[in-house]
Design a protein around this ligand. Sequence first.
Ligand code: NIG
Ligand code: FE
Length: 437
Amino acid sequence: MRVDLLIRHAAQVVTPQGRSPARGAAMGVLQIIPDGAVAIQDGRIAAVGPTSEVEAQIAEAAEIFDARGQAVVPGFVDPHTHLIWAGDRVVEFELRLRGATYLEILQAGGGILSTVRATRAASREQLTAETRSRLDQMLQHGTTTAEAKTGYGLEWEAERRLLDVLHDLNGVHPLDLVPTFLGAHAIPEEYRGDPEAYVERVIEDMLPRLAAQRYPAAGPWCPPWADGRAAWFCDVFCERGAFDLDQTRRILETAKGLGFGLKVHADEFEPSLGAVPLAVSLGATSVDHLVSTPPEHLALLARSATVGVVLPGTSFGLATGHYAPGRQLIDAGGALALATDLNPGTSWCESMGMMVALATRYMKLTPAEALTAATLNAACAIGLGHEIGTLEPGKQADLVILDAPDYRYLAYRYGVNLVHTVVKRGKIVVREGHLTY
Ligand code: NIG
Ligand code: FE
């Protein structure tokens, strides 16, 4: 066999296995290969195993990477981000440190609405440049695929512009983006007195228009149901002060009828409105946040095919001290994924390594469970478990070489970037921490 890239003599090659989410105890099961190798051909993984066995199959390698003393893991998948916005909220950050709450600031017309003002006002060039620099950070921190939500436009033209920019960036940046429509992120200022009118606008105007809009096909990595869609998923922020349960249900039912996959921001702050049972009954791909989810809803989620996405960066970013019951979801047999929630209000963090560090400490995940949550299960939370999230022959060759001899350093050592080299679709896009694409 002739290959494009051979990574060999890694201290460990570590990966979960499979194409569907690992659930319960299976989340802690990893394949760990000492003195491991990964062979890559045409952007796909051709072989994984002990270096001696992989080398025995290879006649010629165009490039060889010796990963002595380094652990190799799948590229991280970040399945919940709001990565496209303009401006910042550093003033609000300080207000919160002084005691104002997130929902109070939103109710006063700040929060999400202040980022909506900045995003609507930004030129397309500014929006693209600011977003692109975050994509670079994510890639340098080992994220090779991410979900990206709209939600800072909150009117048709502004939301569509966000999707246009996301699609443009997808074409030029190595990190793959999965777009989600989050028109129901907040009630825009113009509709303050009549939120129901905005819900109708989302249901009767924005969703049907988006479903009709066609973008160039993303390629063979994209599941057939999503190909060419402006957005693969529809999401709703179900929370007091945002969208109530009935509004969430009507938006998600319409989206489902139009062929969108479904996601929900469920139980982030206030006592549960009941978004988890709703999302599960509609067959949502994921339910996200889950901080105030009651045990009976967690049990229901654990028995369903829906992935629970937890966002410890948000709890840390807001310093609430309340972390989602990730341990309990796993113990109940559920499938758990980790994400950054990257956004300017609650969690400006591009690093999935940081999420692993937080989830092991505050959600009591083992390092193995956290790695599964940040790779295979995260891929499944955006419909891509067949294509990415593990190091197995046939999957896309997305992987990270760590400046650490053991994958558990990802949890153990924090606040620095342990990512040495990143391979995306078989190409080295970060080398020794520097972008090379
Ligand atoms: O997931 N809760 C709603 N959305 C984001 C925050 C967005 C923002 O504050 O700009 C979240 O925490
Ligand atoms: Fe979010």
